[in-house]
Design a protein around this ligand. Structure first.
Ligand code: HAM
Length: 435
């Protein structure tokens, strides 16, 4: 291969036989379910550019986070500005929210499906370009709002057929609580410094909370007896977290409180959560999010509480495949036309136009291949029906339609073909709806 694809990225092609999760018909399906669920929950779409000013991420995600300190694709444009490819979706949405004064908009609930870029060590489940479906909600600090977005995410996973996912929740309180906890945690960890992993040793000064969710076995053993952030929460935050649990219980959403969950981005406060899938191995977080109440104001916007989540499209699709959920059929032509001879080719070409114009997905081959080859192609494309049209059919004005699955044949007049196809399509969609 002269110009191979760079490491850590991948193509999404119509059908990837070896790695089905990289097939576009499956991405289309997941995106359709996301959009339907967003409509049901009354969230509206927001789209922002792929790059932003670098400072936006430094100020929001945080200078000490891995994402900003090690993983951003940063470059200087020809005007000398430092720009970065979006490593995550929250900061750009906040920037757009402030820029367009969206606090005045009637709907304060937004969603996006977008590529993100992080220069991470490429491995299974971790990519340098990944895609996230995310939501961000502004102006409400209730526990109901926290649970609404968790319910949204769980509903989506359920609709996609995912099961056995683990919901972990925690509260990391307000800045005051975290300051007190940070120093208690440092005091606890100091005597173990030599035994901590090199990553955790560097984090001890700058971002000790991240040591709590280290994957290193020795780190985990050490932090297992560390103080719990839950003991440092203010009465108000404790009450909020209790109410979150009560509401989750009411909706029948199972969860576990995980006091080690802090998340990798600096902007969170109060409720944080993560959903894990055992099938994903080391990179087992399929989605996560939490509150970030002070962030909007710190970026120059109104002082409004906010909350959101992001879930990786790649990890959703990989889990669906691993769990063998029932997958949709790929987009296939409803009718495949085979023309015999030049005259029929002209007639079929016009017919093709009017079928498509009337919402019947149709296909024909424009090369002069033999009927046998074209039948094989129709079969490979999973066409529902095939019609072979030649001089004879043009003269008799009668066409035979073959149903590919059953081999059943049906004769219809040329002029009624469109009507018949519309009827058949209606019947099939009613059958599919009732399944
Ligand atoms: P995050 O936890 O960094 O959060 O990413 C969200 C999800 O994106 C992860 O749970 C994972 O499924 C997926 N993901 C992240 N990095 C990669 C990668 N390198 N390769 C494949 N998948 C990946 C955020 O980005 C926050 N902005 C979420 C949020 C929104 N919090 C509040 N609002």
């Amino acid at each position: 291969m002269k110009y191979p694809i760079p490491p850590g990225v991948f193509d999404i092609i119509p059908h990837n036989e070896r790695e089905n999760w990289k097939s576009s018909y499956l991405w289309n399906f997941v995106e359709r379910v996301i959009r339907q669920t967003a409509t049901d929950f009354c969230y509206q779409e927001i789209r922002t550019p792929v790059f932003e000013r670098t400072e936006l991420f430094q100020r929001s995600v945080g200078d000490t986070s891995d994402i900003v300190s090690k993983e951003m694709y940063t470059f200087q444009d020809k005007g000398g500005r430092s720009l970065s490819l979006r490593p995550e979706g929250t900061a750009p949405v906040l920037r757009a929210y402030i820029e367009h004064q969206l606090h005045q908009a009637p709907c304060q609930k937004f969603f996006y499906i977008a590529p993100m870029f992080r220069y991470e060590r490429a491995q299974a489940g971790r990519y340098r370009q990944h895609h996230q479906f995310g939501v961000e909600v502004f102006g409400n600090d209730s526990a109901e709002q926290d649970v609404e977005i968790i319910d949204f995410l769980c509903t989506l996973y359920r609709r996609l057929g995912l099961k056995n996912l683990g919901l972990h929740i925690n509260s990391i309180g307000d800045a005051f609580c975290r300051d007190r906890f940070r120093s208690a945690l440092k005091d606890y960890l100091q005597p173990y410094i030599a035994q901590l992993s090199p990553d955790s040793q560097t984090r001890l000064d700058k971002n000790p909370l991240r040591i709590l969710d280290s994957k290193d076995p020795k780190d985990r053993e050490i932090v297992s007896s560390a103080p719990s952030i839950l003991d440092f929460l203010s009465d108000e935050d404790k009450k909020h977290f209790d109410r979150v649990q009560e509401l989750l219980h009411q909706l029948g959403i199972s969860y576990q409180v995980n006091r080690f969950l802090v998340r990798g981005l600096d902007y969170y406060n109060k409720t944080v959560f993560e959903i894990v899938a055992g099938e994903l191995g080391a990179q087992n977080s399929i989605g996560g999010g939490g509150r970030y109440d002070g962030l909007l104001a710190s970026l120059g916007g109104p002082n409004l509480p906010s909350i959101g989540f992001g879930t990786g499209m790649e990890r959703i699709l990989q889990t669906m495949i691993q769990q063998k959920v029932s997958l949709p059929e790929s987009n296939s032509p409803f009718l495949f036309l085979i023309a015999l001879g030049e005259k029929a080719q002209m007639a079929c070409f016009a017919l093709l136009h009017s079928l498509r114009d009337n919402g019947i997905s149709s296909q024909m081959d424009f090369s002069a291949r033999k009927v046998g080859k074209l039948m094989q192609l129709a079969d490979e494309l999973h066409a529902h029906y095939v019609a072979v049209i030649g001089e004879e059919e043009l003269l008799s004005q009668e066409i035979e339609i073959k149903e590919m699955k059953t081999g059943n044949k049906l004769k219809v007049s040329y002029s009624s073909l469109l009507k018949v196809m519309k009827e058949m399509k209606k019947t099939i969609s009613i059958q599919n709806d009732t399944i």
